[in-house]
Design a protein around this ligand. Structure first.
Ligand code: NAD
Length: 347
């Protein structure tokens, strides 16, 4: 069967009791937001993150500090020790000793694998690093998950898998075997090895293709963060291309909602787009940041970069139908919230 077909009935578990969820990459942008949401609803979170220096490690330490605060708050609210709610391991998902210890000690029923080397351009400079972190890393997580009878694994994929598919409105049914960067190829590989693990071991695995995620504590290497920072500080911004390239920018809270739904639903083996469902051009994006920062952008126009995809517009009808996912945060509102966070943090 084709990967975009719904193959079976989900294991819908009404969230009564608490889950123990292993979240890899939880010191990162999306992982920290997902972990906060899980803690907030009463789940226990086990973090594995190597705290690499792809961007400022202090940002990641700050994210972990927020998780500790949340675990403390939840233990005060519901009783019990914060240590039962949150455990943090700093290390590589490819480290066998560490991973065996984590799985044996915590016996997580759910795995949310978000750890990865992200970023399209750096993957062109160091493809092997990306293969180790993303392809070997995902394979390891699936291997430990099946050895320890995990009930459901959610794996982060990316809209970059659509590469040169030629379409402007990406649906999961599309042929995605034309990735244009090593990063995209590693994410596609993660989807393929997921399918293999499902076939071989009947492991429930959902791959989620995130579309350009932004929001508070966003990744400093990504355009939305850079633009907000530079326009706020009155610095020049480099715009690659004529500004007409369009991205489906997704506010992080919508992504968290989709991830948590995928954790709870446990489909046997599915791929879902998680995006806003409509694109915003770079020029429109810059205009919104100008409006909310009250600053005029100083734009330097640069040639388009190799590996960049001109459009990423998500068809989210499958996630709507099967996960009940509904992106709620408009660009206007998302940028307003992100600029507010930026001003509060750095203003
Ligand atoms: P991020 O870089 O903020 O977070 C990733 C975290 O994983 C980092 O804290 C890093 O230290 C950790 N990590 C990396 N390799 C590791 C390893 N081998 N072992 C342990 N930890 C490791 O990135 P993010 O934006 O939060 O992305 C999370 C996931 O979502 C990634 O899988 C990424 O590919 C995917 N994704 C993100 C976006 C986006 O727009 N942010 C879009 C599509 C897909």
């Amino acid at each position: 069967p084709s990967p975009h077909l719904w193959e079976g009935t989900p294991l819908v578990e009404p969230h009564g009791g608490k889950k123990t969820v292993l979240v890899t990459g939880a010191a990162g942008f999306i992982g920290s937001h997902v972990s906060l949401a899980l803690l907030e609803r009463g789940d226990s979170v086990v973090v594995v993150d190597e705290l690499n220096d792809y961007y400022d490690v202090e940002v990641k330490r700050g994210n972990l500090a927020l998780l500790r605060e949340k675990a403390q708050e939840m233990s005060e609210r519901n009783g019990g020790s914060p240590d039962d709610l949150l455990s943090i391991y700093v290390g590589d998902v490819n480290n066998a000793t560490l991973m065996t210890d984590v799985f044996e000690r915590h016996r997580p029923g759910w795995v949310c694998h978000l750890a990865a080397r992200a970023g399209v351009r750096p993957s062109i400079d160091d493809p092997l690093l990306y293969v180790r972190a993303n392809v070997a890393g995902t394979t390891n997580m699936l291997e430990y998950s099946r050895l320890h009878s995990v009930r459901n694994v959610v794996v982060a994929s990316s809209s970059s898998v659509y590469g040169e598919s030629g379409s402007t409105y990406f649906s999961e049914a599309e042929d995605v075997d034309y990735p244009v960067s090593p990063y995209a190829a590693t994410k596609r590989s993660g989807e393929l090895i997921s399918r293999t693990y499902h076939r071989l071991y009947d492991l429930n695995i959902t791959n989620l293709r995130f579309f350009t995620v932004y929001g508070p504590r966003g990744r400093p290497d990504m355009a939305p963060y850079k633009f907000i920072r530079r326009i706020s500080e009155g610095e020049r911004i480099d715009r690659y291309g004529d500004g007409s390239t369009s991205r489906d920018y997704t506010y992080v809270d919508d992504i968290v909602d989709g991830v948590v739904r995928a954790i709870d639903r446990a489909y046997p083996c599915e791929v879902f787009n998680l995006g806003k469902g409509s694109g915003t051009t770079l020029s429109e994006f810059i205009g919104l940041v100008e409006r909310h920062t009250g600053r005029v952008a100083n734009v330097r126009v640069m040639p388009e970069q190799p590996g960049d995809v001109p459009f990423t517009n998500a068809d989210v009808s499958k996630a709507r139908r099967l996960l009940g996912y509904e992106p709620r945060v408009t660009m206007e509102e998302g940028i307003r919230r992100t600029v507010t966070w930026y001003n509060k943090t750095f203003g």
